[in-house]
Write a protein that binds this ligand. Sequence first.
Ligand code: CUK
Ligand code: CUA
Ligand code: CA
Length: 645
Amino acid sequence: MTQDDKTKTLDIQPDQGRRKFLNTAALVGLSGAGLSVGLSACKKEEAAAPAGTATHAAAGSAGGVHLKPGELDTYYGFWSGGHTGDFRVLGLPSGRELLRVPCFTPDALVGWGITNESKKVMGTKPDGSLKYTVGDTHHTHASYKDGNYDGRYAWINDKINSRIARIRLDYFVCDKITELPNVQGFHGIFPDKRDPVDRKINYTTRVFCGSEFSIPLPNSGAGMEDTKKYRSLFSCVDAETMEVRWQVMIDGNCDLVATSYDGKLAATNQYNTEMGVHYEDMMSVERDACAFFNIARIEAAVKAGKTRTFGDSKVPVVDGTRAANSDPKTALVAYVSVPKNPHGVNASPDGKYFICAGKLSPTATVIELSKVLDWFDGKLDNPDKAIVAEVEIGLGPLHTAFDGRGNAYTTLFLDSQVVKWNVDAAIKFHGGDSKAQYVVDRLDVHYQPGHINASQSETQFADGKWLAVGCKFSKDRYLPVGPMHAENEQLIDISGDKMVLVADHPVRPEPHDFIIFKRDLLRPKQVYSLDEFPLAVKDPKESGVFRNGKKVTVKITSQAPSFSLREFKLKVGDEVTLILTNLDKVEDLTHGFAIPKYNVNFIVNPQETASVTFKADKPGVFWCYCTHFCHALHLEMRSRMIVEA
Ligand code: CUK
Ligand code: CUA
Ligand code: CA
């Protein structure tokens, strides 16, 4: 042990006290949630598998996390930003943040929410202002082909205003946002992996969206006290058009979403089958559910017109409630019962199982997908018989990742641990083999982990190298910077039998979910194509001020270190649309365009075009300047906007 490691061990000591304190506090908060059972159960197990205390002293074989200057990461990580409303790109294993892609909320760096192009994607009110300026991103997943990521798109949810955004992965920009009708609290999201009927379609064509909060349908002021009639809809969005194809009305709520590799099933875990409106109502029964959607049957029902609509929405809605789906031969939805207030449903990379984490139950439930299909085929009399394991793993299980070697890794929020457990052994244990040791390892994390994911875990090519854990509390892990703490994304080497904690990465609050995949699955473009932009000013000679009464169009190009117009003249009262094309073709040569006192700033990347519209309401001279350092004469790169009274 080196001196450094000793210090590290000493540093860890005080955290034991904090760990206990927070656990006790959390347990008191949840008294009556049936957790005492879990506590004693876990104590027993700890003797067999003591909590991991490994530090970086015992590195596994996945490789170092410290990259030398100039070295590139071997994995991409896509992270949600939480209520910053963005999508983030990290390099792994270094943990370096490479990019934030603004989606739902304005971003001052690129001018998202300022340019006309971004406002069109975000959505505007009749007066041209943004419809929404807040967002809350939780879950991001990418498009599939042949069971692996194909590098076309990623999608991300906005929980606050129930919007889904698509990110084009050639340019890493958000190109479409759709607001889901008649839902609130859009939370879980997952693309399908192939078509359930047309077997030639072996790639993503649909994205499924769960809605966490139940509301009156339609939510237009009637029936607000009749809470038993509140409903949630499960939505299917077309991956290409981004239009909502159909929705399913269900009993209970949706939380997270998973999809099967054969395209036949999607599922959402439900923590509020009680359909309660207060938290004590939501945790009043011992078992909730995981609802399985039979995609082919739902699409057939939509085609056959067995649908209805709510309010102004034209989206067809099929009936997925329990009462309408008791006959397996015609059912669109199967409700598999799982313990109390589950959180997280994750598909194993072998395509066989979905795993629901218990949250208020110290268990994980393993559901075999072929058996769910058997129920739909009338070969199984009860969908609950698709449960092949339900085993205790620790307190507050939330999300699960996989290593492709048969092991699952589940976050334990209350225990502040990750538990590694073997799925086959859990199935054996559940089947009566009391000697089956399914818990393989436990590791302390810092602290209160939520999401977890492993490299390639959400594909059929899970490679079992890296595990990242999103810890909701960082407490003493970083220099204090006042009351708000960074979140702590921890990196764990899972290439060996024991998990080894190798790095802490601070992140700005507050990401939830993320995915990690090999870098060669993406080939982003470094320069735009002028043809992407209908308004492109393709030649500096096209620049100028074009007047049509009060409507004025200003066309400008940029080529370091100058703008094509050294000055341009406007009159007070003009309604101005300014179009800027960056004609530089050199990689990384970005220009900015700021107009003082007019609240305008945006960037144009190589060969990109962007436009802004504003009213010339102040007379004077305004030095429009380049905000993005581009050249030795960057400071001199300006254009004089002259507004005449
Ligand atoms: S939820 Cu955040 S830790 Cu929105 Cu995915 Cu589980
Ligand atoms: Cu152009 Cu700085
Ligand atoms: Ca419940």
